[in-house]
Design a protein. Structure first.
Length: 369
C-alpha cells in the first residue's frame, strides 16, 4: 500500500537555470507515439522513431539516426514494410555494441517486430510471435538475454488487451502473458533488476485511464504484483544504484477530474512506498504531466520530462536536493510530445521529442550539476 504523501510544488526557479539547446532532426510521421534514445560511451546519440521518406509523409517507416561527434545526423530506414511499420520503438545496446530494436507494424493486424545491427553490418529484421501486439514496447538486455514488454491483443480486439513479456535466449523467442485482466498491459516500461530479472510497470483496468501496476519476476519464475495508483495514464520506470524503484506518472486530479497531475512514487530509501505530487491540482485548467519520462543521474536524483497539456509546452522537472524545480523548455503552443531522455557518462542530459511532424533533439550540459 502506498503512503500518500502529497506535496504540491509550484514553479521553482533555481539559480542558475539549466540551459538547453534544441535542434531539428527529421520529419516524424503521424503514427509516431514513442521515441527511443541512447547516448553511448563514444559520445554519439542514437534515436529510433516512426518517420517517413515520401513527400506527403503518409507512409510509416522505422527510422534510425545517429548524431556523430561533429554534431551531424546520419539517418537511415530500418524497416519500411508495406509503408505501415515502425510504431512505438524501444532500443537497447548489448555489451558487444549490437543495437537491438523492437517496434510494431500496423497493416491488417499489428505484430511485434525485432531488428538488430552488429557493428559494420546492415540491419536484420524479423516478426516476433504469432499474436497481434507490439504496442507500447519496452526493451532491456540482461547478459545474453533480451526482454520485451508489450501490449498484445490475443483476440485481435483492442478492447481485450494483455501484458506480454517476450524473451529472447539465443535465437529462440518465448512468450508469457503476465496480466490478462481487463484492458491490461498499456504503456509498458521494463527495466532489469540487480538479480538480472525483469521489472515491469503498465496500466490496466481501462484505457486511457487505469490502475498502475508494478510486476516483478522472482527467481522461481513467478511474478509479484504491487498496486501503485489508480486513475493513471502514462508512466516511466527507473532503478537507482541500490535497486530501489522510482516511477514518474500522470494521474487524473482528485479535485479536477478532467485534468491530470504529474506524480512521483518510490520505495526508496527503505522499501516503503511513498508518492509525491510534483505538479498539478492547483487550479481547474492545470492539465500537466503528459507522457512523462524519468531518468536518475549518477547520484540517484530524478529528472523528468513531460508535457504541459493545457499550455501545450514541453516541461522539465528535477530534484537535486529535496525540492522539485520545474522549467519550461519551450514556449506556450510549442509542445513537443512523447519525450524520452538519456544521460551520458559526463552527466549531460539528452532528450528527443515529437512536435507532431518533426523530431527534435535537446541537450543540457549542466542539468545534473
Amino acid at each position: 500500500m502506498i503512503l500518500h504523501l502529497m506535496l504540491a510544488v509550484g514553479l521553482a526557479h533555481a539559480a542558475p537555470a539549466p540551459k538547453w539547446s534544441i535542434e531539428t532532426v527529421d520529419r516524424s510521421s503521424n503514427g509516431n507515439r514513442q521515441i527511443a534514445i541512447k547516448a553511448t560511451a563514444d559520445g554519439q546519440v542514437h534515436l529510433a522513431y516512426t518517420g517517413c521518406t515520401d513527400a506527403p509523409c503518409k507512409n510509416d517507416e522505422l527510422r534510425y539516426t545517429v548524431r556523430g561527434l561533429d554534431g551531424k545526423w546520419a539517418t537511415s530506414t530500418v524497416d519500411n514494410a508495406k509503408n505501415a511499420t515502425g510504431w512505438v520503438p524501444s532500443m537497447a545496446f548489448d555489451a558487444n555494441g549490437t543495437i537491438h530494436l523492437v517496434y510494431a507494424n500496423h497493416y491488417k493486424y499489428p505484430r511485434l517486430q525485432y531488428a538488430y545491427k552488429t557493428q559494420n553490418s546492415p540491419w536484420k529484421t524479423q516478426t516476433v510471435g504469432n499474436v497481434s501486439g507490439g504496442y507500447w514496447t519496452s526493451l532491456a538486455v540482461s547478459g545474453e538475454n533480451i526482454y520485451v514488454a508489450n501490449t498484445v491483443f490475443p483476440k485481435n480486439d483492442v478492447n481485450q488487451s494483455a501484458l506480454q513479456i517476450a524473451t529472447k535466449v539465443g535465437d529462440a523467442w518465448t512468450f508469457e502473458v503476465i496480466d490478462d485482466s481487463m484492458s491490461a498491459g498499456w504503456f509498458t516500461q521494463l527495466v532489469i533488476g540487480a538479480d538480472g530479472l525483469p521489472i515491469v510497470t503498465s496500466t490496466a483496468t481501462a484505457y486511457p485511464n487505469g490502475d498502475l501496476k508494478l510486476m516483478r519476476k522472482t527467481a522461481n519464475g513467478t511474478w509479484e504484483t504491487t498496486a501503485i495508483a489508480d486513475q493513471t495514464i502514462k508512466n516511466s520506470l527507473a532503478l537507482d544504484s541500490k535497486g530501489f524503484i522510482h516511477i514518474a506518472f500522470n494521474r487524473m486530479d482528485d479535485k479536477f477530474m478532467k485534468t491530470s497531475d504529474l506524480m512521483y512514487a518510490t520505495n526508496a530509501p527503505d522499501g516503503a512506498w511513498t508518492m509525491q505530487l510534483i505538479e498539478g491540482g492547483e487550479y481547474s485548467q492545470q492539465d500537466t504531466g503528459g507522457f512523462p519520462y524519468l531518468v536518475l543521474d549518477s547520484k540517484d536524483r530524478p529528472h523528468v520530462s513531460y508535457s504541459d497539456k493545457f499550455h501545450r509546452k514541453l516541461m522539465y522537472a528535477r530534484n537535486l536536493g529535496g525540492k522539485w524545480e520545474i522549467y519550461a523548455l519551450t514556449k506556450n503552443k510549442d509542445d513537443c510530445y512523447y519525450s524520452r531522455m538519456d544521460l551520458d557518462a559526463k552527466g549531460g542530459l539528452h532528450l528527443a521529442c515529437d512536435t507532431g511532424d518533426t523530431i527534435r533533439y535537446a541537450y543540457c550540459k549542466d542539468c545534473t550539476k
